[in-house]
Design a protein around this ligand. Structure first.
Ligand code: GAL
Length: 385
């Protein structure tokens, strides 16, 4: 991805700033940060375990974390696991036996790493959960992520805005149509802790409209387990949407106004199914409103082309930056600063967390939020890659 080099420049600058301003503005320790002498840093290897390369966001995350750590002089062992749990556990086992000093992990299944983390703790290795909480373990030291509940709220608000029930800020629209609007709901992978947060945030926001009869989930499928898409799969989402179109919308999508989607890959699967029965091809020509998450370039192009309605932008540069700051704190025997010590109970303990804010992106936000910040170039948006 072209934005990598820009991202790394921004990351380097952000890191310098956050290190200098250490205390309050980031996950860095409250003490004056003393950098590890260059020679020492090089001999320290940090293991970075990412879930998959099939979604571009994780490639960008992995790269940004690697570049940030390398900029501080550390050696980085970056691994991707093809969304395969045994591959990820094996990679982490190996990082531990190779004597790596700290682990940054975006898990595939948040409940599958208990024994790996036990081994890490026994070896004195700190573990930072990256974006996804690792559950059922006392040995997760820190968690860097976005405010996942708010992501779900943002997705639901965007669906309401797309249906013209609210304005862009979420206030009820003065001339709101009475409805009722038929919608369908999708959730992420059930083994990913984030998926529940997204769904709960969205449902808390949509429920009053469902109770009032303004929104109807015509299929009746409203529980998380039924709406969940294993491994956030695009194909899985397409299949579920095709089944819903057949079972509930006469095979041609008639009467379907919007679909809550928690991730751009899922959104693209949904859109393919909708277009496949003749809906659209764009919003102006009747394609239902579909939300998303991650500002993946393929979806940003669809938004630019008036096909996908919105996405929630999680700036992976900022998340990587926080992971690097937290890692640096641990490697200097300091404690990273959390800004949330209540929300992320992992089944054993509350994991101190650093949460970042997100932005919703509609077509008019692409330039100011994604292009002007250097996340993508205008040419990438145009090309969708
Ligand atoms: C979640 C993450 C989302 C999205 C999804 C699919 O854990 O928070 O932003 O990336 O995984 O990869």
């Amino acid at each position: 991805m072209k934005f990598r080099s820009l991202a790394s420049i921004a990351l380097g600058a952000a890191l310098t700033l956050s290190m200098a301003a250490c205390g309050g503005s980031g996950a860095g320790s409250g003490d004056d940060a003393e950098s590890v002498p260059a020679g020492d840093a090089e001999s320290i290897t940090i293991g970075v375990a990412m879930p998959t390369q099939t979604s571009e966001r994780w490639i960008a995350d992995g790269q940004a974390v690697k570049e940030g750590l390398e900029a501080l002089g550390y050696t980085v062992d970056l691994q991707f696991a093809n969304d395969d749990i045994p591959t990820q556990t094996q990679q982490i086992d190996q990082m531990i036996t190779q004597g790596e000093k700290l682990l940054i992990i975006a898990s595939i299944d948040g409940t599958a790493l208990t024994s790996q983390l036990e081994a890490a703790a026994a070896a004195g290795i700190k573990v930072i959960a990256y974006d996804r909480l690792i559950r059922n373990s006392a040995n997760v030291d820190f968690y860097v992520t976005f405010d996942n509940y708010k992501v779900g709220v943002a997705q639901a608000n965007s669906l309401l805005y797309g249906l013209k029930l609210t304005d862009k800020e979420g206030k009820p629209a003065a001339d709101a149509p009475a409805g009722p609007f038929n919608i369908e709901l999708f959730a992420g992978s059930a083994d990913d802790n984030n998926a529940t947060f997204f769904f709960n945030g969205a449902m808390d926001t949509l429920q009053p409209y469902i109770d009032a009869g303004t929104l109807q989930v015509k299929s009746g499928q409203t529980d998380f387990a039924t709406c969940a898409i294993m491994r956030w799969s695009q194909e899985g989402a397409q299949t579920r949407m095709e089944n819903l179109l057949t079972s509930t919308y006469g095979g041609n999508g008639e009467g379907l106004a919007g679909v809550l989607s928690p991730f751009d890959g899922i959104s693209r699967g949904i859109i393919t199914a909708l277009q496949g029965v003749g809906l659209g091809p764009n919003l102006a020509q009747g394609l239902p409103v579909v939300t998303g998450q991650d500002a993946e370039i393929a979806s940003v192009k669809l938004i630019n082309d008036d096909v996908q309605f919105s996405t929630v932008f999680k700036d992976t540069r900022k998340l990587a930056d926080q992971a690097v700051i937290a890692a640096q704190a641990y490697l200097e025997d300091k404690q990273p600063t959390a800004n949330d010590t209540e929300t992320y109970e992992n089944g054993v303990k509350v994991v101190p967390s650093y949460l970042l804010e997100v932005d919703t992106v509609n077509k008019e936000d692409i330039t100011p939020l994604l292009v002007e910040s250097g996340y993508y170039t205008a040419a990438q948006v145009e090309a969708g890659q």
